[in-house]
Design a protein around this ligand. Structure first.
Ligand code: ZN
Ligand code: ZN
Ligand code: FE
Length: 766
């Protein structure tokens, strides 16, 4: 005999505002269970009543098929007396449920909504703003918590009767979907001309498509900001876009209709496909196919990959459906490196002169949110920019933060974070704080996040660099609120960031390779071997230091680094210049003399162990690139060249073990110079360089591991977004029995710093 039981099930995690209650409602109804579900602080409470076997089935299915946006962190239940109440229902939330709100990231159109979009018989057929509890805009439309329609930019759109019925029906996919809308009651498209004047048309999208088909450049309002759009097949129009945008060489992302179209232009493995079609819809870096001739070379010059994304909103779906099997350039709506435009008035002002046409809509974007960028390294996701679709999904810290804490991140690729307990809420990509607009956005978005998550920081943590805008903000903030400000050394934060992601503790070896970071000793770091954990660290080794002639200027002009490394390796700089650089119009002969003097005398040329600058030097020495228009460009190009070569050859290399361990780069530099003199192909030089650097890193790690009795290595810093180097180092270290940890959740670059800062601050406060 199967008697009735009743269970009280407590679920914690991300289960509010993500369609969890309608999911539980329909599951319980299907199984004919009695009881109710209620939102409460930190999760939901369910009471269900039925036979034991059905209750087990219910609990299993809760765990195995929760709604796509939810995340169950904990599920526990106990038996309570059966009361034989009515059919399953959704109870009013506890008042306390409102204190801890979860804000979902923006989610790409789900399969069901997409079907409706192209279903002639559906009332939302071709409606560019349809969504449901499983998909649609979230972070970008929320103005304040709690997440209710009145607190979003959907507030000005009163629901029509049919939408309201769906919204109030717990069995409906749109139950409590705050951005619910239809053609009757929701936002509408609007087309503007180049001067920002409305164009009267019955078919704004059709006109828009016709314009880009006719080689015009247009701006389209997306989920987190404006994109500039044009045909990716036409050299002429892509070149025009570069000129108007003042973006000389940085690759443009493209959007294609679906993964099968992407496969025509790029090589895609199963993990890459998964990321492309994921609800986050990031830009995925995909290797170009050699026969991908119909994409303009101008889209991603000198790169071996394209940044590809699929439509992330119904509007994009409609656009790409009309556009067909061709890729579209879809690049952020800004001039040069300024923050992306997201407000209508601002966009039509800033993009005037770039866009010939604007496709807008009257739903306001409240939070600017750039596209995320990711790639796959050795079968695992390796994020480059964690933004739309990912933020503000919390990341679990390895231990709780005793006080609510705000971490400010770095200066470039800025991301800030708020911590409460073990949850770290990392912001969307804020960008380079050199731009005033990005700094304003930082301040505004910190305020917004504090309100959204109900976190009032009792501590701030920031980089040691005194001149970072994020540091200045942190200091002001700490003064103003009379709360402590903790500082964390840049590379220590990188180390802790990778540890935190993997929930590591104790001591590890950190290989931290990046462009630059403020150091305790007045030199510029960036090729460091650290030993330590959250509490403290020591530097156990580094790349050999060279002069950085002209400081920041050396970052933009790799030829300066070439001269510096040549001087260090006692190579003949005159000869290199005559053979490689003399014919270039980039360097003035007089400048070479001045820079060589700077290096000799150490004038305005701090010592640096930066790995990023070593890549620059090798690129210049190999004749690949003497100047760059963005940081990391030379390194990306070297990686692209090296990836096409199969070779395990290495240059001579030495790891000095006396005193402080040093990776001596001089034999490597001489090898590059000799190769170049013998007209060895740049791709082969690039490959040998990668092989050599990997070999030195592995040798250094093995030696540190032996001497200190450690067997875990974390790889962090922007250089490790290089797939070839990362994969090689990880693979070789693993064969020596060392456990290797790489970034899969936050970027290895400065976009991941704030997570490390939080972990270190949390430990210090304990
Ligand atoms: Zn949907
Ligand atoms: Zn409606
Ligand atoms: Fe860094």
């Amino acid at each position: 005999m199967n008697s009735k039981q009743r269970r009280a099930i407590a679920i914690s995690g991300i289960v509010q505002g993500v369609g969890f209650r309608p999911f539980v409602y329909s599951l319980a109804s299907q199984l004919n269970l009695k009881g109710f579900i209620r939102n409460r602080s930190g999760g939901v409470l369910i009471e269900v009543e039925g036979s034991e076997s059905v209750l087990n089935q219910f609990t299993d299915r809760l765990k195995s098929q929760p709604p796509p946006l939810s995340r169950i962190d904990g599920l526990s239940w106990h038996q309570i007396p059966a009361i034989d109440d009515g059919p399953f229902w959704i109870a009013e939330s506890d008042a306390s449920a409102l204190t801890q709100t979860f804000v979902s990231p923006d989610v790409a159109t789900c399969a069901e909504c997409r079907d409706e979009l192209f279903d002639r018989s559906d009332r939302r057929y071709r409606y560019p703003f349809l969504n449901c509890t499983h998909c649609g805009p979230r972070l970008t439309i929320i103005c304040r918590s709690p997440y209710d329609r009145v607190n979003t930019t959907m507030a000005p759109f009163p629901m029509c009767d049919r939408c309201r019925t769906e919204y109030e029906d717990p069995s409906n996919r749109r139950f409590h979907a705050q951005p619910i809308a239809c053609g009757q009651c929701g936002p509408r498209l609007q087309l503007l001309d180049a001067a920002g004047q409305p164009i009267d048309t019955a078919d704004p999208l059709g006109d828009f498509c016709a314009a880009i088909g006719g080689d015009r450049i247009a701006a389209i309002k997306g989920i987190g900001g404006f994109h500039l759009v044009c045909s990716a097949a036409s050299d002429k129009v892509v070149r025009t876009l570069r000129k108007r945008k003042h973006r000389d060489e940085k690759p443009f992302a493209v959007m294609v209709r679906d993964a099968s179209v992407a496969a025509k232009w790029c090589e895609i493995d199963s993990m890459e496909r998964e990321l492309l079609v994921s609800a986050q819809r990031p830009i995925v870096l995909l290797r170009k196919r050699t026969d991908a001739a119909q994409i303009s070379h101008e889209v991603a010059p000198d790169h071996s990959s394209f940044g590809v994304m699929l439509p992330s909103s119904p509007l994009h779906e409609l656009l790409l459906d009309a556009w067909g099997d061709q890729p579209l350039v879809m690049t952020s709506g800004n001039r040069s490196d300024e923050p992306i435009a997201y407000e209508d008035s601002d966009a039509s002002k800033r993009l005037r002169g770039i866009a010939d046409l604007f496709l807008l809509h009257n739903r306001q974007i409240h939070v600017r949110c750039d596209d995320s960028v990711t790639r796959v390294i050795a079968g695992r996701e390796s994020p480059i920019r964690r933004s739309r679709g990912y933020a503000p999904m919390p990341i679990k810290l390895p231990f709780g933060c005793p006080q609510p804490t705000l971490a400010l991140g770095g200066q470039l690729k800025n991301v800030f974070a708020l911590a409460s307990g073990r949850d770290a809420f990392l912001s969307h990509h804020i960008g380079d704080l050199d731009h005033l607009a990005a700094l304003d956005a930082l301040k505004r978005d910190i305020e917004l996040y504090e309100q959204l998550f109900g976190i009032k920081p009792r501590c701030v943590v920031h980089d040691k660099h005194p001149d970072y805008a994020s540091t200045r903000y942190a200091v002001e903030r700490a003064d103003g609120d009379s709360i402590p400000a903790l500082t964390v050394q840049h590379h220590h934060a990188h180390l802790a960031s990778c540890m935190a992601e993997h929930q590591l503790d104790g001591e590890v070896i950190g290989v931290i390779f990046d462009g630059s970071g403020y150091s305790p000793d007045g030199t510029i770091w960036g090729g460091e071997f650290l030993v330590g954990g959250y509490d403290s660290f020591v530097r156990a080794g580094r790349l050999r230091q060279v002069r950085l002639p002209g400081g920041d200027k050396a970052t933009k002009e790799p030829w300066r680094m070439a001269l510096s490394y040549l001087a260090d390796a006692e190579c003949d700089a005159d000869q290199w210049f005559a053979e490689v650089a003399a014919s270039s119009s980039i360097i003035e002969p007089d400048a070479v003399r001045v820079v060589r003097q700077m290096i000799d005398r150490g004038f305005n040329s701090p010592w640096s162990s930066s790995a990023g600058r070593l890549f620059d030097a090798v690129a210049a020495l190999a004749g690949v690139r003497l100047a760059v228009s963005f940081e990391g460009q030379a390194a990306m190009q070297l990686e692209a060249l090296a990836t096409d070569v199969t070779s395990s050859e290495v240059y001579p290399h030495v790891v000095n073990l006396q005193d402080e361990m040093t990776l001596d780069t001089r034999p490597l530099i001489r090898g590059v110079v000799d190769d170049r003199r013998c007209n060895v192909d740049a791709a082969i030089i690039a490959r040998r360089f990668h092989n050599t650097l990997s070999a030195m890193i592995v040798q250094a790690c093995s030696s540190i591991a032996d001497s200190r009795g450690l067997d875990r290595v974390v790889l962090s810093g922007g250089v490790f977004t290089n797939a070839l180097l990362s994969a090689q180092v990880a693979q070789q270290l693993t064969t020596t029995g060392i456990r290797v940890f790489q970034h899969h959740v936050v970027p290895a670059n400065d976009g991941g710093l704030c997570l490390g800062q939080l972990a270190i601050a949390a430990r210090q406060m304990q």
